[in-house]
Write a protein that binds this ligand. Structure first.
Ligand code: C2E
Ligand code: MG
Ligand code: MG
Ligand code: MG
Length: 285
C-alpha cells in the first residue's frame, strides 16, 4: 500500500493537510492546558426508567469551554486525546468530577447512579481498575453507584485484555454498559462472555426507527437480545413521544434523549429533577 500522493512528492501535496495538522496540534496543546485550567466540565443527562418513570441514573458528558473557540464538542477533541494518550488523564479527570458529584447527590439524600464514558485506551491501561478503585475510595462512593460505558469498538481493539479489565472492575462492584450497541460487530458469544449489565441501543437506529420499519426491527431485536441475556436495555437519542411509546411497547427498560431532557449542567439538572413528575404515558392509572 502506497499512501496516495504523499510519497510522490509535490504533486500529491495538499496544503490543507498541514492546516489540519497544525490545527490539531494547537487544539491538543490547548487541551493539555484545559485539563489544569478548569475549562473542562460535565453535563448530566438523565436516564429515565420506562418501568416506573423515575430517574435512577444519569450519564456524565464532557464539555470544553475553550477561552477563544467557545464550546468545543467532545467529538472534536476526544478522538484527538485518544490518539495521543492524553485520554488517560482526561478519563481520570472526568471520573473525579463525576464521583465528587455523585457524593454530593448522595449526601443530599438524592443518590443517583453515574454513568461515565470510557475509551479503548482506558481498557488497555493496566492501571485503570486501580485508578477507578482509588477514586471511589477517595470520594467515598460505592462501586455500585458507578457505571462505565464502553463502546463496542473499544472492546474489539483487544477483546482479551478488555475482558480481563472489565472482569476486575465488575468484581469490585462497578457496572458495565455497552454503548452505541448495534453499530459494531460484537458477537452474541462475546456479549455473553463479558461481565456487563446494560446494553445501549445506538442512537442511529432509534432515530431511523421513526421512518423505517427495517430499523424498527433492529431496535426491537436488540431490546429482545438484551432481555434474553438478562441485561438492562437503554435507548439513546430518543427525540419524539412516538418513539418513546414504541420503546415502551417493545419492553425497553430505560430511555435517554432530548424528548425527556438534554444533557444539563448540575444546577439545571437539579432543577429539572426536582420538577420531574414521571412519565405520563406509563403512569399506573
Ligand atoms: P455517547 O456516549 O453515545 O453519548 C450520547 C450523545 O448523544 C451525547 O453527545 C448526547 O449529548 C447526545 N444526545 C443525547 N440525547 C440526544 C438526542 O435525543 N438526540 C441527539 N441527536 N443527540 C442526543 P455528546 O455529549 O456530544 O457526546 C458525544 C460522544 O462523545 C459520546 O457519545 C461519547 O462517545 C463521547 N464522550 C462524551 N463525554 C465523554 C467522556 O467524558 N469520555 C469519553 N471517553 N467520551 C466522551
Ligand atoms: Mg455514552
Ligand atoms: Mg451512546
Ligand atoms: Mg454515541
Amino acid at each position: 500500500y502506497v499512501a496516495k500522493g504523499r510519497s510522490l512528492g509535490v504533486a500529491g501535496y495538499d496544503p490543507r493537510d498541514d492546516v489540519n495538522t497544525r490545527q490539531r496540534l494547537a487544539l491538543l496543546g490547548d487541551l493539555r492546558r484545559a485539563l489544569s485550567n478548569d475549562e473542562l466540565y460535565l453535563v448530566y443527562q438523565p436516564k429515565v426508567s420506562l418501568t416506573d418513570g423515575q430517574v435512577h441514573s444519569a450519564e456524565a458528558l464532557l464539555r470544553w469551554r475553550h477561552p477563544e473557540r467557545g464550546l468545543v464538542p467532545p467529538d472534536a477533541f476526544i478522538p484527538l486525546a485518544e490518539n495521543t494518550g492524553l485520554i488517560g488523564a482526561i478519563t481520570k479527570h472526568v471520573l473525579n468530577l463525576a464521583l465528587a458529584q455523585a457524593r454530593v447527590w448522595t449526601d443530599a439524600g438524592q443518590p443517583l447512579k453515574i454513568a461515565v464514558n470510557t475509551s479503548a485506551r482506558n481498557l488497555h491501561d493496566e492501571d485503570f481498575d486501580r485508578v477507578v478503585r482509588g477514586l471511589l475510595t477517595e470520594h467515598g462512593v460505592d462501586a455500585g453507584q458507578l457505571l462505565l460505558e464502553v463502546t463496542e469498538s473499544a472492546l474489539m481493539a483487544d477483546p482479551v485484555r478488555a475482558r480481563q479489565l472489565l472482569q476486575s472492575l465488575a468484581a469490585q462492584g462497578v457496572s458495565i454498559s455497552i454503548d452505541d450497541f448495534g453499530a459494531g460487530y460484537t458477537s452474541i458469544k462475546q456479549l455473553r462472555s463479558l461481565p456487563i449489565s446494560e446494553l445501549k441501543v445506538d442512537r442511529s437506529f432509534v432515530q431511523a426507527m421513526e421512518q423505517d420499519a427495517g430499523e424498527e426491527l433492529i431496535v426491537r431485536s436488540v431490546i429482545e437480545l438484551g432481555r434474553n441475556l438478562g441485561l438492562t436495555t437503554v435507548a439513546e437519542g430518543v427525540e419524539t413521544t412516538e418513539a418513546l411509546v414504541k420503546l415502551v411497547s417493545f419492553g425497553c427498560d430505560t430511555a435517554q434523549g432530548y424528548v425527556l431532557a438534554k444533557p444539563m449542567p448540575v444546577a439545571e439538572f437539579d432543577r429539572w429533577r426536582a420538577d420531574w413528575r414521571g412519565l405520563e404515558l406509563i403512569s399506573t392509572s
